[in-house]
Design a protein around this ligand. Sequence first.
Ligand SMILES: NC(=O)c1ccc[n+]([C@@H]2O[C@H](COP(=O)([O-])OP(=O)(O)OC[C@H]3O[C@@H](n4cnc5c(N)ncnc54)[C@H](OP(=O)(O)O)[C@@H]3O)[C@@H](O)[C@H]2O)c1
Length: 261
Amino acid sequence: MGRLTGKVALVTGGNSGIGLASAKRFVDEGAFVFIAGRRRTELDKAAAAIGHDVRALQGDVSKLDDLDQIFAAVQAEKGHLDVLFANAGLGSLAPLGAITEAQFDLTFNVNVKGTLFTVQKALPLMNAGASIILTGSTTGSKGTPAFSVYSATKAAIRNFARSWALDLKDSGIRRLASATIVRSTWGRAAASARRPSTIQGEATKPIGRAGVLIISLLIACARRRTRGALQPPLSPSTRAEEPRRATPICRTVVAFPFFVS
Ligand SMILES: NC(=O)c1ccc[n+]([C@@H]2O[C@H](COP(=O)([O-])OP(=O)(O)OC[C@H]3O[C@@H](n4cnc5c(N)ncnc54)[C@H](OP(=O)(O)O)[C@@H]3O)[C@@H](O)[C@H]2O)c1
């Protein structure tokens, strides 16, 4: 039996890269997974690659009407969500002096507005014990040449994770993580304009197997349960077990390298 057997997950940006790898692994672990993205062809290819227990939903996370349609489809087919992986994101390189309004609007609309409203609109579908995972980045905490706009969006994600953990503390949704990731390719948009000497991932390229680690951690985040404020107090016999079950692994920013060849 998989570690996510019976769980229902939504992975935005699930037709490519980190989102697709995570969706595949979630299904391997027994979950039913909705994947969302803008490109129908890529969604269909991703669903075919995953093979079973997957539904592809087309939509742009920066458009609230699209989000409504995505969550209406989840509601109609499964009625609830156990795991939300708000992962859709993009970025492009431009040094200060060359940043355009269009680049700023696109990056903030997808990464910040999209993440915010993805999570907010998912809340009515999520019960106590559900998990929310956001995709952050090491760039959210450090300076990176020509990447300030993207980095600022990831700094926002980092704060979303911390502030929302407080907003949700009485909801029973206790698993809120910000996964911070370094990968050898920087998404499709940035990769097309990449200058190796300025790519942080090149300078800090970790060993190859670390990618497995983050997917495992995502599953741990998706799966672990702690007791929400609405749940009854523990009996003395189960209290001894609680420290292990309640390890706050998902309440902090998780930072480790991710490398995909
Ligand atoms: N690669 C890295 O090294 C790295 C490092 C740190 C953080 N990250 C973050 O990891 C996440 C995934 O990136 P990736 O590297 O896997 O890149 P990727 O392969 O380019 O995947 C990005 C995904 O987001 C989706 N997406 C983009 N804009 C969207 C929108 N408006 N609405 C819905 N879906 C949208 C894309 O699908 P469509 O184009 O079909 O919409 C795609 O599935 C992003 O949040 C990125 O910022 C990546």
